[in-house]
Design a binder for this molecule. Sequence first.
Ligand SMILES: Nc1nc2c(ncn2[C@@H]2O[C@H](COP(=O)(O)OP(=O)(O)OP(=O)(O)O)[C@@H](O)[C@H]2O)c(=O)[nH]1
Length: 970
Amino acid sequence: MAKVRVYELAKEFGLESKEVLTVLKDMGEFVRSASSTIEPPVVRRLTEKLKGGSTGSKPTPTPSAPKAAAHARPAPRPSAPTPSASATAASSPAATPSAPVVPSAPVVPAAPAPSAPAAASPSASAGKPSQAAAPGPRPAAPTPGPRPAPRPAAQQRPAAQQRPSGGAPRPSAPVPGARPGPAARPGPRPAAPGGAGQSRSPRPSGAPRPGNNPFASSQGMGVRRARPEAPQGGAPRPGAPGRPGGEGGAPRMPRPGGTGGMPRPNPAMMPKHASGQLSPAGQRPARGGAGGPGRGRPGGGGGGGNRPGFGGGPSTGPVGGGGRGRGGRGGTQGAFGRGGQARRGRKSRKARRAEFDQMEAPTIGGVRIRSGEGQKVRLRRGASLTDLAEKIGVEPASLVQVLFHLGEMVNATQSVADDTLQVLGSELNYEIEMVSPEDEDRELLESFDLEFGENAGGEDDLAPRPPVVTVMGHVDHGKTKLLDALRHSNVVAQEAGGITQAIGAYQVQTEVDDVERKITFIDTPGHEAFTAMRARGAKSTDIAVLVVAADDGVMPQTIEALNHAQAADVPIVVAVNKIDKEAADPVRVRGELSEYGLIPEEYGGDTMFVDVSAVTREGLDKLQEAIVLTADASLDLRANPDMPAQGVAIEAHLDKGRGPVATVLVQRGTLHTGDSIVAGSAHGRVRAMINDLGETVDEAPPSMPVQVLGLTSVPGAGDSFLVVDDDRMARQIADKREARQRAALLARTTRRKTLDQLFEQLEKGETQELKLILKGDSAGSVEALEDSLAKIEVGDEVSLRVIDRGVGAITETNVSLAAASDAVIIGYNVRAQGKATQMADAEGVDIRYYSVIYAAIDDVEAALKGMLKPIFEEKSMGQAEIREIFKSSKIGTIAGCMVTDGHIRRNAKARLIRDGIVVTESSIASLRREKDDVTEVREGFECGLTLNHYSDIKVGDIVETYEMVEKPRD
Ligand SMILES: Nc1nc2c(ncn2[C@@H]2O[C@H](COP(=O)(O)OP(=O)(O)OP(=O)(O)O)[C@@H](O)[C@H]2O)c(=O)[nH]1
């Protein structure tokens, strides 16, 4: 029986083709046009429907139907009264109730295929032809007979579709690619050679379970369910029964399980079975078919062909259990025409995943890069993009590009500033956590099984130690004088510029309640340039003595010092100094400090205020007593004196005769001569120790400051030190710290300039950078100098970069670096050594010497300002009104003017103003008074003038002249 065309049916029922098409559509069948053919089953259902009877085929196999169908499979059975029905159902288990339709659905696509008719016939006998068609692909299909289907492809399509169950039909069925849904599986299940019932058995035996699509979890399940039922309806099994014909199961045959005996389909078989049906698809089967695994995508079952994609020949795949789903795949494509086209080569899961990730990846500045989900990424200070890339699993080059687009140019291995990393991190949705230097150092020490900062042993091992006191205060309020008074020495005289420029530490002895008590004082410089050091000082001390001059009161640095002390949670004792002065007003100081939370004890607060005079030495005892009492009252000052020493380097410098000298404060343990020590990135063995009185000592207990000799280099002020097992360990730790510091330094000095700025400046040829090499007599002063220089603000046009710094004399190496980098060398309390001076002269290197820090700062600031391009501003010179116009063949248009304001000068810049609007910018080309050329005409006089390159002047125009004057910078 040949396939019928829609219009023929319409005619038969006395309807319009359109109406029939609508009904078909309602039934879930997609038929393109009135001249399209439809499969017999569909014809049957249509007929029933038009006659009023409905097979229960619920037309609505919507695209989404597939899923439901899958589960519904069982349902179909009931509705599968007729063989065909069963077949249908089986084939399209998915179809569930609608199942029947489903099968037909496939037709849709197939519809166009002329072969349809052929399929029909087979179906007729076997059951649903369409299904039979499916088998087509299946090589083994025993029922081939019926299907002479000339156009295998066509048939296949139908088949394919059927399998897919409802979903299939719709070409657009979303599921195309879908891993063969459960529904599809059925199809795939090749085995069922014989009737439906058989089909099942085959499966079990038939190793390859078509339904076992590794990709479709649901499938497996679905299949299982289906099986049980299968037996009954046999038909239900989508694949099994349905196909080939419920009865014959023949169609099934083709499937692997095929007729039991049937060997798994293999390419060779294809042709035969295919007989008519198989066409291209058939040939392809090779792939799927051959494959054994049956894994075939459900689709594979392709045979199922539901899924456009899968369908097709591949069906064989499942059957034969060909290669993985692959079989199902491509093979079908061509064979099923449209269906096949829709599908593209399948990608491996990995590839798809990668593709998905890519799709998800945001594009930043044209770079596709996968972003995070807010994870924390720990990075050490000075980390490079490569470090970050490693942690988040992307290519460093991508990060370079992203950063480039964010306006910063750095290479992959270059240290990047913290905030840049933070910005980059947030751009990529990562939370960048910069590992603090402290944490990093702790981790480093841990790797050597060391711990810094804790007393070893238990309570019993602890012994009282003297309080360590930092003296802070505003400049010139008398800190040094006070310390000097306390230790009966005069340090003030040695200071250059009258400012304390290095940290010293001393220990004084005092008697409190008839008990000898020691107090360790750290003299913290007062100038703001030393703020950084002071902050460190506050951390290493137990009590802060805030010196406030009674005649001056609370000053900015008093507050700054107060903040540092409070931030470090250090108790404060206020020394109201200079009470010997007439203008002294200690009460005012108390009142002012009360505003900052320091309430004197006598006012009911808990801060001890002591009136002192560093000059008359009045009140010094009371001050010492107050310190001891405050320590006793609020601190537990105990340390284990019997452990390897640990502490902090307060100051360090390079001594000509003795080499690196560090003043360290022992915080716990006892430091001995001969100990292997590591202080910051310096290490060595304690060769000798000198106390604050200049005496050599062999050991230094907790809270004692000593100068240590024997280090290989100069540690930084504030660096912690600790005694380690041996020199080797000391060196290793120091080396690692040095490497880390270098990276951090690089990150800090990395110039951060936006592209825009850079380009702009490059364009104008005005990139200005003042490079400096700093050399000083101590690490503390170099650091302080650098910090102060960094604070100089002169705008964006000029930047300052310290390319090298160090402690000690200016060497030839420094000069050669300066020459190569066009840098200026600043020597702070140091001089050039050896031939460095001659070399500097020869190379034209500028070396500046300073002994007072702010003189250096002032000079550098001036230098920076000098590098700025001058700023010009316009200064009006005068105005003239044009009263008459003269034409001269020789000169051109001459303006007869009256100077109304200021004066008009020849060659001056000029603008022509008409009705308040600037007509042109020009200059005075010639200027005449009467008949004489003049250089200037003053207000109230007439003159004749011409403008450069401009002659369109009118009576009434104003000529305004001006000059550009350089404006001094602030
Ligand atoms: N009359 C009087 N003068 C004092 C007293 N204490 C300090 N001075 C003077 O104040 C000036 C500054 O004293 P310093 O000890 O150098 O002050 P400082 O706070 O250490 O200053 P910097 O080191 O610059 O921070 C010196 O001339 C001292 O002689 C005091 O109690 N009475």
